[in-house]
Each structure stands twice: as C-alpha cells, then as structure tokens.
Ligand binder design. Structure first.
Ligand code: SF4
Length: 82
C-alpha cells in the first residue's frame, strides 16, 4: 500500500490522507495532472504535476472528506484544511 507521501508542487506541499479518501475524484476534475486514482480507487499524487497552485488548492477544497492536506512549502503553515 502506498504511503501518505508529501509531494512539493510549486509553493505547496501536498499530501493525500489515503485512509480518508473515498475515491470521489473531484480532485481529479480540478487538478488532473496532480491526482490520479490507483487500483484501490484512492488518490495518489503525481510528482511531475503541471497544475497551478490555485487549481491544487481548489482540488483540496473540493474533497468531500478533506483528505488533501496543503502546506506552505516555505513557512510550513497549513493552508488547507483550515
Ligand atoms: S476528492 Fe478527496 S476523496 Fe475524492 S479522490 Fe480526491 S482525495 Fe479522494
């Protein structure tokens, strides 16, 4: 099973808490280059994302279970969920 790894994308560090992910896939709609579903229908993060930080933020906001954690890569402050 994949770990809840943290991936830096631009100014953000992004993590999916896989135990919270229900495969709703709204994150894929907002950031298709960042999130994909694996064979367990849980989101995993792509290292070579081309999505903008704004779209990744929207993806995290769209997650019904708040499974996507965003942290400011410089300050380490949690940006989402608030
Ligand atoms: S929106 Fe949330 S629950 Fe749905 S696939 Fe993405 S991380 Fe998982």
């Amino acid at each position: 099973m994949a770990e809840d790894k943290v991936v830096q994308i631009g100014k953000y560090k992004v993590q999916v808490i896989r135990s919270l992910c229900i495969g709703a896939a709204s994150c894929l709609a907002f950031s298709p280059s960042t999130f994909v579903l694996d064979d367990q229908k849980r989101a995993v993060i792509q290292e070579d994302s081309k999505d903008t930080p704004e779209n990744i933020y929207l993806a995290a906001q769209s997650c019904p279970t708040k499974a996507i954690i965003i942290t400011d890569a410089k300050t380490n402050e949690k940006v989402w969920p608030k």
